[in-house]
Design a protein around this ligand. Sequence first.
Ligand SMILES: CC(C)(COP(=O)(O)OP(=O)(O)OC[C@H]1O[C@@H](n2cnc3c(N)ncnc32)[C@H](O)[C@@H]1OP(=O)(O)O)[C@@H](O)C(=O)NCCC(=O)NCCS
Length: 144
Amino acid sequence: MFDLRPMTVADLPACLALWTGMPGITLFPTTDSADGLTRYLTRNPGLSVVALRDGRLVGAALAGHDARRGYLHHVAVAEEHRRKGLGRTMVEWCLRALTNEGIGRCHIFVDAGNDEGKEFWRHVGWEERPGVHVMSVTTCPERA
Ligand SMILES: CC(C)(COP(=O)(O)OP(=O)(O)OC[C@H]1O[C@@H](n2cnc3c(N)ncnc32)[C@H](O)[C@@H]1OP(=O)(O)O)[C@@H](O)C(=O)NCCC(=O)NCCS
């Protein structure tokens, strides 16, 4: 029903069209620019996925790792194709790719107010980490 394949640089305009303005997806002008995303895909080849239906991109997820842990970002399904198992299938695809790279545990950052997103992650077997708070610092404003 959906065709899944690794995300390439050529997919980025369609991915950005899917992600832009979607509740639950936060885009940063630097890391989510075409250059920033190209850098991400180049550093993490073959780990991110797109899903197509009749040739149209209807789902996307970024995946990468730092040699210790895996991370997913921007897991998104077009509204008209939700609740058909595509989100789960894309997550499983990315986790398989990360496992093949020797990564045994994976994290996702979920906006505190994204209750539907949190519900999805619980349904696909992920658990919240109530004892963990994310803290960040900017070292290079042009790239933050
Ligand atoms: C989150 C999202 C990717 C889920 O995609 P999807 O294709 O609808 O998810 P699936 O159909 O694969 O659902 C998998 C499971 O999660 C459950 N689920 C999905 N969305 C849910 C919701 N909003 N509330 C409760 N359960 C939900 C499904 O019922 C299913 O459970 P089951 O297999 O036990 O029956 C999609 O809703 C989306 O793009 N949301 C906006 C972007 C976003 O918030 N992304 C997450 C950022 S952290």
